[in-house]
Design a protein around this ligand. Structure first.
Ligand code: AKG
Length: 210
């Protein structure tokens, strides 16, 4: 069984402890040729804005997304269920690089495309019960950023304490342990003129029984 502790030990030089079993690692420029990879992903992934249910309202996501993964890695959030599209060549290249760095072969990835500063991701945690290795107390998310630099914020759910991480081209952020249970994260809108950014959040999803 994959252990989040083994990943933290492997990436020890990049670890920030957030307390209560929550931790993140940030490795700068971990992915090579990020420009070419970003272009190939935008070309080959079925990116689109999704309609999500937030309470009684249906809203269109202010970003384009695509869900890819191994067969059966169905992901459900905000009232929607997503069947995985197959892996593409650029996603496999990055997945393999992330595996070489973390020791984990992630089975799925959410691709997010932020076309400019108006696109964003609201406060949330990746705490769906199907996420592994063991939601809610041990969830591994490995996130690769390509393109424009954007602010990534973490906010403690109870204390409101925040951390700001500027994420840049080729950076690898890993969130592990209880980070999803204790903290929320977001990518806020910005009025600054920023170019397009693609983030890839690699995940472990328990397959649904057939
Ligand atoms: O774009 C990012 O860095 C954040 C993505 C994210 O929060 C998610 O996919 O759940």
């Amino acid at each position: 069984m994959i252990s989040s502790d083994a990943v933290r030990a492997r990436l020890a030089e990049h670890v920030t402890e957030l307390g209560e079993g929550a931790w993140i690692t940030l490795a700068r420029e971990a992915v090579e040729e990020p420009d070419a990879l970003a272009a190939r992903i935008v070309e080959s992934s079925p990116l689109g804005a999704e309609t999500l249910r937030i309470g009684a309202r249906e809203v269109l996501t202010p970003r384009r997304t695509a869900w890819h993964g191994d067969p059966g890695r169905v992901y459900a959030y905000s009232g929607r269920t997503f069947e995985p599209a197959p892996w593409t060549a650029p996603l496999v290249e990055i997945r393999d690089r992330v595996e070489a760095l973390t020791g984990v072969r992630f089975d799925s990835v959410l691709v997010n495309e932020y076309r400019d500063g108006r696109d964003s991701m609201g406060w949330h945690s990746d705490d769906e019960p199907e996420l592994g290795p063991h939601a809610p107390d041990d969830v591994l998310i490995a996130s690769v950023s390509l393109g424009a630099h954007r602010r990534f914020l973490l906010r403690h759910r109870r204390r409101g304490e925040t951390h700001e991480l500027p994420l840049g081209h080729g950076d690898l952020l890993v969130m592990g342990g209880t980070t999803q249970r204790r903290w929320q994260h977001s990518v806020p809108k910005t009025a600054k003129p920023v170019g397009a950014r693609v983030s890839l959040t690699f995940r472990l999803v328990r397959p649904r029984p057939a």
